[in-house]
Design a protein around this ligand. Structure first.
Ligand SMILES: [Zn+2]
Length: 473
């Protein structure tokens, strides 16, 4: 059996691994993840590259979680003729219904906007052709096969797969893959998928795995440490208390999946601990609202702490006002609130969506505060705010930045270096081969160094794009 790294190789997006070879005399070929490349100029071109095999040859796909950089090209694969099963956890399937449709919708909207501009002579070059349509995304959902955590299944004779909780986002899974090798016994490959932090709000700790012959591990933050949770809580309390005392609004840009729910639970917990007073919280993003509802439906997947926070909220509904805004009119009405509101809205990097309107209204007033809780990429509006821009250009106007801007670290869906090493220490023995993926080269290199120094692991590889390795000699 061979593994080919078709993405997330020395970069953080485009996760997809192709596995091919003979199992007990039968020729098999399957994928772990089929994610989209995101960000940068080359992403669109890279997303257009087809598999190095005929799509019809593909037996099945295993999906670790719903994030678009792991799942985003599945509708394209299905539209190209893949008719087989896509295995994932039930919560991942529920999230995909929201996320793949949103992805298709965004691509179609981008295309229509560019087409309009072209008609007006304001578009140069090629139009951004969507990678797939909304219909393709809907069709692809039909191929999902829901498998709960810790439930072993066999997609093909001689191959057994099992999902374990990765503690990253709802439904995210570590994937254990066992292949029969006759007299040589069973070979086990472990795919970490994306791993979460230990002891953070909402999600469980990533489950420790004791044995792997080959390991594929992510390294997004393999080179750094996150802020502690207590620092994060203290900063949150300080900014909100100060802003409310001065009758300002608090605006929090947040990714709709994961981060928004994390912030809601954190705020409820701080009220429960009496560290924050009664709050009026508006969650203004249709997608964040659907994902929050879905999170409520999957409460049993959250950690004990999150479940007790939720129960407290159910029995103390008067201690806060939590509203999910879906209608545009209601969203606009929020702009009239002069003070005392906490608004959580998407997109997380302030590039599009309703958050831009909230910023337009709230940035010019010095009593307001903007809390940035996530990574802000180069060139985004969020990054300009973090970099202390004096004014920003929004809707054709120059908007002065008078509100205070606070960057609060510590909330991350990805394990930092210490957490990755802690997870690796769960293995009783070093795998024969370890492959570091899903991290920029600097992060991957420093993580490899830490693994060699602290765990004495060798045979650690950082695969390049499209490289192929045997799973066993
Ligand atoms: Zn992820």
């Amino acid at each position: 059996m061979h593994i080919q790294f078709l993405g997330a190789s020395q970069e953080v997006t485009g996760s997809k691994y192709l596995i091919r070879g003979k199992v007990e005399g039968n020729e098999y070929c399957f994928l772990i993840d089929y994610g989209m490349f995101q960000g940068g100029h080359e992403a669109h071109d890279k997303n257009l590259i087809d598999l190095p095999i005929d799509v019809e040859e593909l037996d099945f796909v295993v999906l670790t979680h719903a994030h678009i950089d792991h799942s985003g090209l599945l509708p394209r694969l299905c539209a190209q003729g893949f008719k087989g099963p896509i295995y994932c956890t039930p919560a991942t399937a529920a999230l995909l219904k929201i996320m793949l449709l949103d992805s298709a919708h965004l691509q179609e909207a981008d295309f229509k906007r560019a087409q309009r501009k072209q008609l007006q002579g304001r578009w140069k070059g090629e139009l951004p052709t969507p990678l797939y349509s909304t219909m393709d995304a809907i069709d692809c959902l039909e191929q999902l096969k829901r498998i709960p955590y810790r439930h072993r299944f066999s997609p093909k004779k001689g191959i057994t797969i099992e999902f374990r909780d990765a503690g990253h986002i709802l439904g995210a899974a570590i994937t254990l893959m066992e292949i029969e090798r006759g007299e040589l016994g069973v070979h086990r490959t472990v795919f970490s998928g994306d791993l979460g932090m230990f002891e953070r709000p909402l999600m469980n700790n990533p489950e420790l795995i004791e044995k792997a012959d080959a390991l594929i591990i992510e390294s997004t933050y393999g080179d750094r440490l996150h802020r502690s949770m207590s620092d994060t809580e203290n900063e949150m309390v300080e900014v909100i208390t100060h802003t409310l005392r001065h009758s300002g609004n608090v605006i929090i840009p947040a990714f709709a999946v994961g981060r928004t729910q994390e912030i809601i639970f954190l705020l409820i917990d701080l009220i429960r601990q009496k560290r924050l007073p009664h709050l009026s919280i508006w969650v203004d993003s249709p997608m964040a609202s659907s994902v929050s509802k879905l999170t409520e439906d999957h409460l049993s997947l959250l950690d004990q702490e999150a479940q007790s926070i939720y129960q407290w909220y159910q029995s103390n509904p008067n201690r806060l006002e939590l509203r999910f805004v879906t209608e545009v009119e209601e969203s606009k009405a929020l702009n009239q609130i002069k003070g005392g509101a906490i608004v959580i809205s998407a997109s997380g990097m302030c590039e599009a969506g309703r958050i831009v309107h909230h910023l337009k209204w709230n940035l010019p007033h010095r009593n307001n505060a903007i809390i940035i809780t996530g990574f802000q990429a180069q060139g985004t509006l969020g990054r300009r705010l973090v970099d202390q821009a004096k004014s920003v250009h929004l809707f054709g106007k120059e908007i002065p930045v008078k509100a205070s801007i606070h960057t609060i670290g510590g909330l991350s869906a990805h394990a930092d270096q210490a957490a990755l090493l802690r997870w690796l220490k769960g293995f009783k023995q070093a795998p024969a081969h370890t492959f570091i993926t899903h991290g920029e080269i600097k992060a991957a290199n420093l993580f490899k160094e830490a693994m060699q120094k602290q765990l004495m692991w060798d045979h650690v590889h950082i695969p390049t794009l499209n490289s192929t390795y045997p799973l066993w000699p």
